[in-house]
Write a protein of this length. Structure first.
Length: 158
C-alpha cells in the first residue's frame, strides 16, 4: 500500500488503497469516510477561522476546510449521505495556558464540529484535547483510522 503524509493545511482524498498519515498537536486531523463508495480523506487543519483570508489554502482553517473536503469527496464520487467523520487532535501543547481560556486546539475542534453539523456529517470517533500530540493513520481501502498518542519529552533536571 502506498503511504502519503498529509502536511499542515493539506487536504487529500483517495479512492485507492493508500494510507494517509499525519501528526497533530493543536491542529485537527479530520478524516472523512464514505463506506458505500470506499472513498476516504484527511485534512490537516491548523487554525479555527479564516476571517476572510482568501489567500490561504482552504485546508488551513476549520471554517473552510470542511466544505472543501466535502466538495472533494463528492467530486471523487462520494455521497454526502454516507459520509462519517473522525476527528483527532486539538491538544493544548503549551503548559503556560490558563484552563479557563479556550485553547487554539479546542477552538479548532469546535469550529470543525460546527461545520460537520452544517453538512449533517456524524462524528463516529474522536480523540480530542489533552496535552500531547497524536499520530494518525487512515487506511483508505477499509476506512480504518489508527491513533497513537505521542510521548511528552522530559527535561533533565539541572
Amino acid at each position: 500500500m502506498m503511504e502519503r503524509f498529509v502536511k499542515m493545511n493539506e487536504i487529500f482524498i483517495s479512492k485507492s488503497s493508500e494510507v494517509l498519515k499525519t501528526v497533530v498537536g493543536s491542529c485537527i486531523a479530520l478524516c472523512l469516510w464514505d463506506n458505500n463508495n470506499r472513498i476516504g480523506g484527511m485534512g490537516h487543519i491548523m487554525l479555527p477561522e479564516s476571517n476572510g483570508d482568501r489567500t490561504a489554502p482552504p485546508g488551513k482553517y476549520a471554517d473552510t476546510a470542511v466544505a472543501e473536503m466535502v466538495s472533494k469527496m463528492v467530486f471523487h464520487g462520494g455521497c454526502l449521505d454516507n459520509v462519517v467523520a473522525m476527528c483527532v487532535g486539538g491538544a493544548s501543547m503549551f503548559s503556560n495556558h490558563s484552563s479557563r481560556i479556550e485553547t487554539v486546539g479546542i477552538k479548532n475542534y469546535r469550529i470543525v464540529k460546527r461545520e460537520l453539523e452544517h453538512f449533517k456529517i456524524p462524528v463516529i470517533t474522536e480523540s480530542i484535547g489533552g496535552t500531547t500530540g497524536r499520530k494518525i493513520s487512515m487506511n483508505c481501502r477499509e476506512g480504518i483510522v489508527t491513533i497513537s498518542m505521542l510521548l511528552k519529552s522530559v527535561k533533565k533536571p539541572g
